[in-house]
Design a protein around this ligand. Sequence first.
Ligand code: SF4
Length: 360
Amino acid sequence: MSEIIHRSNTRPVRVGDLTIGGSNELFIQSMTTTKTHDVEATVAEILRLEEAGCQIVRVACPDERAAYSIGEIKKRINIPLVVDIHFDYKLALIAIEQGADKIRINPGNIGRKEKVEAVVNAAKAKGIPIRIGVNAGSLEKKFLEKYGYPTADGMVESALHHIKILEDLDFHDIIVSMKASDVNLAIEAYQKASKAFDYPLHLGITESGTLFAGSIKSAAGLGTLLSMGIGNTMRVSLSADPVEEIKVARELLKVFGLSSNAATLISCPTCGRIEIDLISIANEVEEYISHIKAPIKVAVLGCAVNGPGEAREADIGIAGARGEGLLFRKGKTVRKVPEETMVEELKIEIDKIASEYFAK
Ligand code: SF4
């Protein structure tokens, strides 16, 4: 088992009204799929992402039209906006001037020193950070030639190369990502990076695939890193509606006890003892609690034989019984409820417990 590295070891970096790194919680990030110059569509997508729990959003900035849209987009959203730029320092300058909260650009790819300095000075003047995005698929030639293929060491050397350019200009508001679509490579690269420098790490398994396969791949890679205490922001990359990325990310954070604003569902796999239509009830309750912003646990169990005892940690739950349900709190039965109304009664109890949490 690898050594546990605490998130509090990382340098705090401000992005909009959030502080990333230090002892702060891990923030969920996503990226829009719209054309950034289409302000209406981009804002609409970002507002949907916010509603789902997205805390930082990134937009692509391939041209001037996109760069000049940043100001208008910023005015109409409520979470920090990261602007993704490849190579073109002029786009970076426009995006910064338009009010980007962070830019993602690799300083080593900008070109002449004066251009790098211009971007760094503009970022300094606005107090915004720069994310260095190392990607195994686009590693610089010199690191590929040194190792023959993309390796974790090559990725860390690439990150250090870009970091040095910024540090030499006395710029330290840096966030780094070490993405790879190969899960083992990404894990090794992030582990090595977490020991090589103390800048916050943005986690991602790139090109991970569709909703089903990509969620599993991301959970395997990102979950391993989270279990080691690595990561300050995270994106689950899926070939799907980005709202799905947020749902998966939130679920993953809940698994590791890293979410302070989401409810968790515990439901049994069902077996021959089942007394209620558990699968549809579990889906209905899952949808209901997805809007609850308190870290409570809700259980839905098919029978009362092992039910309440198996879900002792649940704040509230129901277990099926013949023609009725048992409502229980912390493993203890509270009362019996008729089958027809048990889901509604559970929802009322969930709301009560959530408001108790906020009243604390
Ligand atoms: Fe089976 Fe009951 Fe356990 Fe569900 S709670 S798996 S129905 S024994």
